[in-house]
Design a protein around this ligand. Structure first.
Ligand SMILES: *Cc1c(COP(=O)(O)O)cnc(C)c1O
Length: 370
């Protein structure tokens, strides 16, 4: 029995019939980019998140980058980012021409530590990117208070957290704007690259509508230097087909997470995920910590159980960011996480017996030799 880390085939085959309908509809419409399918998905996704506007874009990185651009953030500006995140969060800031300023995470939640944000704020700070890492919502109340006090914007990086809630409200409606990715492996994944931005700000939505499409509102009239970052009609149609399943998929992920937590709680060498009060995670990833991460991963691999490491190298130690001058030891909490984290399979099509195979294997690894 093989347990893949994420079985995208079985996940997408659930919607095979509606995907065929979507393809048929798009082909028959004769319209392939920025049309009715995008508008329909945008309305449905805004409604799902509880935001006024949603704008389809090419991918999650562009969603984040375009918001920073639309806010006029650029060279000379600083943007606070988590030290512990996927590099896309930092790249969005770099693309805008601004400088990412990393802040260490809270050990238990893996998310940015609000208590450390204020010390990183300078007169150049224009925004905070709050990442809901692994699908666990960040502490948006505290981050919101800090941002208001300093007059800076909050951009949610909700790429891993479609459907997650913080004190009853969904991600995408917790900051000034949010960037989503619909990369195939995300909780709501397209059949290719796709992304979206949500916001309640009408003026921002209007600038983004231009920025994503060559800076143009009327064809061949370019008001600003724009980009080409659009959501294809076909991907929008596929996403509309999948969106109604997102809550059920997230519920299944939650049930799997509960099963892991219950069955692995007594293993002292493992640290299991912690859910903050007020958080309803989307469980994009189920991340454990182990001092023997490497050997545990090899042991599971021999039993055909797929795991991944999110992430092995923090952004500040990536070669691409060597010009910022950071070194090992600059963000020790984040660095320790990168050395110890391991993501277990948690796809929504896993059965209870699949989950039990993973649990049994992990228990076998930790069994004392008698
Ligand atoms: C996936 C991801 C992104 C980028 O999304 P793409 O669609 O791959 O560009 C940004 N931030 C985080 C935290 C992600 O996981």
């Amino acid at each position: 029995m093989t347990i893949p880390f994420l079985d995208l085939k079985s996940i997408n085959l659930q919607d095979k019939a509606t995907f065929h309908d979507a393809l048929e509809r798009v082909l028959e419409s004769g319209w392939l980019i920025m049309g009715r399918e995008m508008a329909v998905f945008e309305a449905a996704f805004a409604n799902y998140c509880g935001s006024t506007y949603a704008l389809g874009v090419g991918n999650g990185l562009e969603a984040l980058h375009l918001v920073l651009r639309a806010w006029g953030i650029g060279p000379g500006d600083e943007v606070i980012v988590p030290a512990n995140t996927y590099i896309a969060t930092w790249l969005a800031v770099t693309y805008a021409g601004a400088t990412p300023v990393p802040v260490e995470p809270v050990d238990r939640t893996f998310n940015i530590d609000p208590a450390l944000i204020e010390a990183a704020i300078t007169p150049r700070t224009k925004a905070i990117v709050a990442v809901h890492l692994y699908g666990q919502p960040a502490d948006m109340d505290t981050i919101g208070d800090i941002a208001r006090r300093h007059g800076i914007k909050i951009l949610e990086d909700a790429a891993q957290a479609q459907g997650a809630r913080w004190r009853g409200r969904r991600t995408g409606a917790l900051g000034d704007a949010a960037g989503f990715s619909f990369y195939p492996g995300k909780n709501l994944g397209a059949l290719g690259d796709a992304g979206a931005i949500t916001t309640d700000d009408a003026e921002l939505a209007q600038s983004l509508d231009m920025l994503r499409n060559y800076g143009s509102r009327h064809k061949y009239e370019n008001e600003v230097l724009g980009f080409n970052s659009r959501l294809d009609e076909l991907q929008a149609a596929f996403l509309s087909a999948k969106l109604p399943r997102l809550d059920a998929d997230n519920d299944r992920r939650t049930a799997i997470a509960a099963r892991y937590c219950e069955s692995l709680a007594d293993i002292e060498d493992l640290t299991l995920p912690y859910v903050a009060i007020g958080a309803e995670p989307a469980w994009h990833l189920f991340v454990i910590r182990s001092a023997r991460r490497g050997t545990l991963q090899q042991f599971l691999k021999k039993r055909d159980i797929g795991t991944l490491i999110h992430y092995p190298i923090p952004p500040h130690l990536q070669k691409a960011y060597s010009y910022l001058g950071y070194k090992l030891g600059d963000f020790p909490i984040s660095e320790a996480m990168h050395a110890e984290v391991l993501s277990l399979p948690i796809g929504p099509t896993m059965t209870d017996s699949d989950v039990d195979l993973v649990i049994d294997a992990i228990r076998a690894f930790h069994r004392p030799i008698s």
